[in-house]
Each structure stands twice: as structure tokens, then as C-alpha cells.
Ligand binder design. Structure first.
Ligand SMILES: *Cc1c(COP(=O)(O)O)cnc(C)c1O
Length: 387
């Protein structure tokens, strides 16, 4: 081999670097990142059963998919380039022209916008209910037309909880698929339910370090194949380097989620007692309207706390975001650092103000994502901002 290389010119050599062989049993503990857009194929197997081209398949992406399917107790998983690509993948992969979708007002804003502004272009109609209308859900199902019910729990930003078992029962009785946006609950919760599809923004708790955008869809092999086949043409591929960062983040996922849940509970209790706070929403507080349901269907309550300032403080939500110091103003959640955002500006600006108000989004309401700092330091920060 050495001799053959010697015969090659400089430009040929730099494009074919020397190969480093590993003896059997001498393997890296962390698998390498397959940072290659293309693969050469063996003649032994059909080419399309092998890794061919990263837009279609890549070992680093596949490893993450297998891990995520396992964590969520689903048969299959597809990773994509963002949480939103996971959402659009579900809608475009499952629905076609003439179909009907049911969803809820209490939804992540970009999901609501895509459903309202873009799905009609493809001839897909939507009914948007309130989570409080669960008892009427059956009457909104159009025989032969309604194909999917999409929902979140806990919802973004105000942590409403929906009865998943009840929703699935109504949907499946009428042959309708359900998809859950599991971003807030994470990868380890709600796995006991027969959700057909669960999509995630891996950008949040899964990665945890706030340095990557990614998403995933998990479900049956049949449904995921349908979505995967389409994703090859939509081009929503995740970068292998990003997949590796998600895999690294997942190593501490359970530790982070638990610690963030514990700290969020302490902070929620502090805010609830504070005279300058109008209300606090945290599923772990007995005052949460669905506290019992949350305790029944969740293992942990998560790291998000929502609250509203009293209106007569001469300070609105935006002002408050600039008065906290350790806690930083930012749109994301589930990071190691604590982040805060004014709810109306970030999550409700597409809604008429009275609709937003019904969903508890006012110029005084905030969403706090609790990080891994000492909870006492975070409480001091909130205390000084409220002074
Ligand atoms: C962030 C988020 C998304 C979108 O994920 P991206 O990774 O930002 O594309 C979807 N759903 C929920 C509930 C989210 O919080």
C-alpha cells in the first residue's frame, strides 16, 4: 500500500488520505461521527439496503434514531433537522388533500401558524378546539375525513394538561390517529400511552446544552416509513455532527430533567407565595387546575414555570426579563442555563389579544425555563427583580 501511495501525485494523495486500521477489540468507547455525505457500497447487498447518501441514511443518524425509539418505547424513529421539521413531517406525511385535522388552540405558536396559514394550501382543513372541549371532541370528528388529532401536554407556554388516555380512546374509537408534541414532557414520559406518533424538539431537553437544532418523530414502523420516504424529498436531514451532540446531551438527560423538575418546584413555591405575583402555573403545585391528572400521567413535572406579575408594579413582563441577571431573556427551554421570555410576545403574538388573554398570555405573563444553577441563586435573582 505504501508503495502504491508513493506513486500518487500530491493532489491525489490529499484526496485519499492513508487509512488507519484498528485491530479487533481496540475500539473507541464513543462511536465516531460519520462525517461523510456519501458512502461506497459493497457488491454483496443491494445498494439501497446500505448507507448510500446522508440525506437518506447515515450511521450517526441511525444510531440516534435507535436510541430515541428505545427511550420512547416506540418501534421506529426518524431524526430531522428541527422540531418544526418533525411537526411538518407529521402533518405532510400523514395528511393529504381533502383530509381533516383536529388540534387545539393551546399549541406551540409556529405549529399553530403552519396549520392555519400553510395546510389550507394543500387542501387540508383543520378544526381548532380548546383543550377544555375534550368532551365534545367526538362531535368534531368527520367520518372518513378526519385523519389526525394533534396535541401537546403540558402545553407551551402555560402548562395545560390534557387527559391523554381519554383523547386516545375517542380518537381510536373513530379510527383517527393521534400525534403528541412531547417536547415539554420529554422523552421518558407518556410512553405508557398508545400514541401513534410522538414528535420532539430535540433542541430542548434532549440536547440540553442549547447548541443544536434538531427534531424527531417516533411511532410504528409503518407510519415512520411513510414519513421517512417523504423526508428524503423534503430534505429535512439532520447533520451527523448535530446528531452526535444530541447523543452526547442524552447521556445526562435523566439527571438534568429530574434536577430541573426539583428546582422548578422550589421556584414555583417561592413565586406562589410572593405578593407581587398574580398567579403561578406549575403542574406540581396543588393549585394547578390539573394537578391530579398531571400526577396520574406524568413521572416528573418538568423545568418550566409560568407566572404573571401584578399589573400595578410599573413593570411589565418585558421589563422583568431585563431586571433578572442570572436568568437570561431567550426563546428556548430545557437548557442548562435558566431562560425567561415574555409569553405574549414570544408565544401569542399571532392571536387576537382577547384570545391570547383567555390562554393566560398578557403583557405581564412570563415563561421561565429552569436550568441547572442552584435553585437558591435563581430565587435570589427573582427576588431582587421583584423588589
Ligand atoms: C421548540 C418547540 C418546537 C419546535 O422545535 P425547534 O427545534 O425549535 O424547531 C416544537 N414544539 C414545542 C412544544 C417546542 O417548544
Amino acid at each position: 500500500v505504501e508503495d502504491r501511495r508513493k506513486a500518487l501525485g500530491a493532489s491525489t494523495r490529499v484526496n485519499h488520505p492513508p487509512e488507519v486500521e484498528l485491530t479487533e477489540g481496540n475500539r473507541p468507547i464513543l462511536a465516531p461521527i460519520y462525517h461523510s455525505a456519501k458512502f461506497t457500497m459493497s457488491a454483496e447487498k443491494p445498494y439501497w439496503d446500505q448507507f448510500v447518501y446522508t440525506r437518506i441514511s447515515n450511521p450517526s443518524l441511525r444510531r440516534l434514531e435507535l436510541l430515541l425509539a428505545e427511550m420512547q418505547k416506540k418501534e421506529e424513529c426518524l431524526v430531522v433537522s428541527s422540531g418544526i421539521a418533525a411537526l411538518t413531517g407529521v402533518f405532510l406525511g400523514v395528511l393529504k388533500s381533502g383530509d381533516h385535522l383536529i388540534t387545539f388552540k393551546e399549541l406551540y405558536k409556529p405549529a399553530r401558524v403552519f396549520i392555519q396559514d400553510y395546510l389550507p394550501r394543500f387542501g387540508i382543513a383543520t378544526s381548532i378546539l380548546s383543550l377544555k372541549d375534550l368532551d365534545q371532541l367526538d362531535s368534531y370528528i368527520q367520518e372518513g375525513k378526519t385523519k389526525l388529532i394533534h396535541f401537546e401536554t403540558p402545553t407551551n407556554p402555560n402548562l395545560e394538561i390534557i387527559d391523554i388516555e381519554k383523547l386516545i380512546k375517542i380518537a381510536h374509537n373513530r379510527g383517527v390517529l393521534v400525534s403528541l408534541d412531547g417536547t415539554f414532557a420529554g422523552l421518558h414520559q407518556h410512553t405508557q400511552f398508545k400514541t401513534d406518533l410522538v414528535m420532539q424538539s430535540l433542541t430542548k431537553y434532549a440536547n440540553g446544552h442549547g447548541d443544536v437544532i434538531a427534531g424527531s418523530i417516533a411511532g410504528s414502523a409503518t407510519l415512520i416509513k411513510r414519513i421517512r420516504d417523504m423526508s428524503h424529498y423534503l430534505g429535512t436531514t439532520l447533520d451527523p455532527q448535530a446528531a452526535n451532540l444530541i447523543e452526547r446531551g442524552l447521556k445526562t438527560y435523566y439527571l438534568r430533567y429530574s434536577r430541573q423538575s426539583q428546582s422548578a418546584f422550589k421556584i414555583a413555591e417561592f413565586l406562589e407565595k410572593h405578593p407581587k405575583i398574580k398567579w403561578v402555573r406549575y403542574p406540581g403545585l396543588a393549585s394547578h387546575p390539573s394537578h391530579r391528572l398531571a400526577k396520574k400521567q406524568q413521572l416528573e413535572m418538568g423545568g418550566i414555570v409560568s407566572f404573571e406579575l401584578q399589573h400595578d408594579l410599573g413593570m411589565n413582563a418585558q421589563d422583568f426579563c431585563h431586571r433578572v441577571g442570572l436568568i437570561q431573556l431567550a426563546a428556548s427551554l430545557g437548557s442548562t442555563e435558566s431562560l425567561i421570555a415574555p409569553s405574549l410576545t414570544f408565544f401569542g403574538s399571532d392571536l387576537p389579544p382577547d384570545e391570547a388573554q383567555k390562554l393566560l398570555m398578557t403583557p405581564y405573563s412570563l415563561r421561565l425555563s429552569v436550568g441547572l444553577e442552584e435553585p437558591e441563586d435563581l430565587i435570589s435573582d427573582l427576588q431582587q427583580a421583584l423588589f
